[in-house]
Design a protein around this ligand. Structure first.
Ligand code: URP
Ligand code: ZN
Ligand code: ZN
Length: 473
């Protein structure tokens, strides 16, 4: 049999197995896993490398409108470019509905921005900020039926938060139409109260961002979100969990048999509130929400990853340029943590950080690494088994990984649109040397090809999803 491409001599790793095999690729799909494949115009030598499913990052913000004067640092071109540098082949960015906008208008806007500009495949989650009767009664059910089966809602932020009654209403639509609600769990009123109090006391440096949304703010909202999902009788994903108390809320819900899922991110493993206390406005580089916490929170996030409380490890890549940080756009030139845009970059560093800190330091094994960075995302968001595994019939979305390569992370390596990385100077062991999307090399040794092959993926609708692939067992 002749193939388009053969990957020879690598160690194939999936979420469940590890074996030596060559991979035969035809028309963008894996067609054979076997020994000693020979016949192809392109033969890639993977000796000494791990061959894993391309990373899937299911929590990414690209080209998202923000506060006046604040522009997100990455569009679809630069964001997916950086994703491919970091070994990813699919990303799931959010499609933000602005107030007064229909969901269809929002999707059309994002599709226009994405089309022809992506180095990886994409699939869009919806963010609902304006849950009118028309949106919840007509648009959302129709879009779920078209495959837009994941919806993020916010319990905080002036322009995005939903009232409790609206959270319940969105959960109810998700229950009836088999979608998954992703919840940003931080309580708005408590944050407002603490922010006003801190500013009144003159505590306005970036460090006080953390004090404005302490652990109880996240724990309370996590508990409330879980309770609402239980009351409605549906599943929910609690995203970007930062600490032990929130993690334990999720664990307890899971132990009670509720369909509550958890996600954590690199910033909660590596950063702490001390990073926001760097001199001048430097701390603004670490301002995200929930904020980085303390070493016990880091340990709890590792436990959550090791014990399966967190099924996905995402970047929450939400890039703003440092140049724009620090509230230069604040009213009356006021400087306060309140005006620092929330979010940090991390799309390229997610996999190397988990590999180096997790696999390299024996906190997780290789199979869990693949599950947390790829397979579980595909399963949860309806892309499996087309994506997220190495199997006959799956897309040939692969990352060739050098487990020995030592790299000192510098922003210049990452090729995003930001002007810094929070991980500058971090030494990691293990690095992606080639990223392949549907059989085509999109990144090799840090070089990105000029073609943009990425497509928007059609996710199976709830009725098409007969393989049980949307829900994890
Ligand atoms: O600080 C963060 N995480 N900003 C991104 C938006 C979000 O809440 O995911
Ligand atoms: Zn969020
Ligand atoms: Zn986010």
């Amino acid at each position: 049999m002749t193939f388009d491409t053969i990957i020879k001599g690598g160690t194939v790793v999936t979420a469940s197995d590890r074996f030596c095999a060559d991979i035969g690729i035809c028309a963008g799909q894996i067609v054979v896993l076997a020994d000693a494949l020979a016949d192809a115009p392109e033969i890639i030598d993977a000796t000494g490398l791990l061959v894993m499913p391309g990373g899937i990052d299911s929590h990414v913000h690209l080209d998202q409108p923000g506060a006046p004067g604040i522009v997100m640092a990455d569009n679809f071109e630069s964001g997916t470019r950086s994703a491919a540098i970091g070994g990813n082949t699919t990303v799931l960015p959010f499609c933000l509905q602005q107030k007064g906008q229909s969901l269809r208008q929002a999707i059309a806007g994002y599709q226009a921005k994405a089309q022809g500009n992506c180095h990886t495949d994409i699939a869009l989650h919806l963010i609902i900020t304006d849950p009118t009767p028309h949106v919840l009664g007509q648009e959302l059910p129709a879009l779920i039926a078209e495959g837009y089966t994941s919806i993020k809602i916010f319990m905080t932020y002036d322009d995005m938060k939903l009232a409790d009654k609206d959270i319940l209403a969105v959960l109810d639509v998700a229950r009836r139409h088999q979608a998954l609600v992703m919840v940003h769990a931080e309580g708005y009123d408590a944050i407002r109260y603490l922010t006003d109090r801190l500013e009144h006391e003159g505590k306005t440096a970036p460090f006080f961002h953390g004090a404005s949304r302490p652990i109880p703010v996240e724990r309370e909202a996590t508990h409330r979100a879980i309770s609402f999902a239980e009351i409605v009788g549906t599943e929910a994903m609690i995203v970007h969990v930062s600490n032990r108390q929130a993690m334990e809320e999720i664990r307890r819900a899971q132990q009670r048999g509720l369909g509550i899922h958890g996600e954590t991110c690199p910033q909660y493993l590596l950063l702490t509130e001390a990073d926001m206390d760097r001199s001048g406005m430097e701390g603004a580089k670490y301002v995200c929400s929930p904020p980085p916490r303390d070493s016990d929170s880091q340990s709890a996030c590792w436990e959550g990853l090791q014990q399966g409380v967190f099924e996905v490890f995402s970047s929450d890549h939400c890039p703003y340029r440092y140049e724009d940080e620090g509230g230069k756009n604040a009213p009356d030139g006021k400087r306060s943590f309140r005006y620092v845009p929330n979010g940090i970059p991390g799309i390229a560093t997610r996999m190397p950080i988990l590999f180096s800190e997790g696999v390299g330091k024996c906190r997780i094994d290789l199979n869990r690494f693949v599950a947390l960075t790829s397979t579980n995302h595909a399963k949860r968001y309806g892309l499996y088994p087309r994506k997220g595994t190495i199997a006959v019939g799956s897309d040939a979305d692969l990352v060739l990984w050098d487990p020995e390569r030592e790299v000192v992370i510098t922003h210049a390596l990452l090729q995003d649109g930001c002007d810094y990385t929070p991980y500058e100077g971090l030494l990691v062991q293990g690095w992606p040397v080639r990223t392949m999307l549907r059989g085509r090399t999109v990144m090799k040794d840090g070089e990105i090809g000029s073609e943009r092959y990425g497509l928007e993926l059609h996710r199976p609708t709830p009725s098409e999803n007969t393989q049980g692939c949307k829900r994890l067992a």
